[in-house]
Design a protein. Structure first.
Length: 249
């Protein structure tokens, strides 16, 4: 779809591997990628460990799906989520999925959905196995969604005054992404740089390094320069390239 904000998404939550404290931040994050047309959460709601979900589900209009644990040690919840996901896939009424879990059991599901040409956004803790992370188009660590509104506002207002430490792996990833998308003059579209990084590392997010936006992270390295182009006086395009000792432009 041309307008990503109107993409129809199914939000499927594994209650056994998610916490109610992330839901507000989760739904705000999902709103950047589309409309949550389906919101379901799976678990054995007779289990007292899930009683803390009740208020959250009512507040955010999430439909709880009951799945009894038939056998100890077997996760029937995962199976129920996967079956529903495939039923929704065959309905052909969605543009993408948001799978909320830190469980690697959903790796094949994510791969199958992508094979059908739909987007998959994964949400889980940093302990999530790499296989599931890599199977998604984009993976967001839920630790960054647990911040309170006050903390989020404070970070948005914050302008880094000192260079924060960024490891060599991240620096190389940024440099390679710029080089891979450069034009003849050495400039790259910032959006293309971000997409190039996500294609290689679905779990990349500037917020993991303390920055709200990709540009903020890149600027903090002091290794790149930017220019803003407005060719049609309608939309502004940001370009980036590695700094040069001398520039004749």
């Amino acid at each position: 779809m041309d307008d990503k904000s109107q993409s129809r998404l199914a939000v499927l939550i594994d209650a056994d591997n998610a916490q109610s404290s992330i839901i507000a931040g989760l739904l705000d994050e999902i709103a950047q990628y589309g409309v949550a047309s389906v919101k379901r959460i799976y678990g054995d709601w007779t289990d007292t460990r899930l009683k803390g979900w009740k208020t959250t589900l009512l507040e955010h209009g999430i439909n709880p799906v009951q799945q009894f644990a038939y056998t100890t040690g077997k996760n029937a919840t995962d199976s129920a989520l996967i079956i529903d996901a495939m039923d929704l896939l065959y309905s052909e009424k969605l543009d993408g999925y948001c799978i909320v879990s830190s469980d690697s059991d959903f790796t094949r599901l994510a791969s199958r959905i992508r094979e059908a040409g739909l987007k998959v956004y994964g949400f889980g803790e940093k302990k999530t196995p790499k296989a599931f992370v890599s199977a998604c188009d984009k993976f967001i660590y839920t630790e960054i969604l647990r911040e309170t509104d006050e903390a989020s506002e404070t970070r948005e207002k914050k302008t880094p005054s000192k260079s924060q430490k960024i490891d060599l792996k991240v620096l190389n990833m940024l440099r390679h992404a710029v080089e891979d998308t450069t034009d003849e003059a050495g400039w790259s579209h910032l959006g293309s740089v971000g997409q190039n990084i996500l294609n290689k590392s679905p779990d990349f997010d500037p917020r993991n390094y303390g920055f709200k936006k990709l540009r903020d992270l890149i600027e903090n390295t002091k290794l790149f320069e930017f220019k803003e182009v407005d060719p049609l006086s309608r939309t502004q395009t940001v370009r980036v390239r590695l700094k040069r000792k001398r520039s004749y432009e």
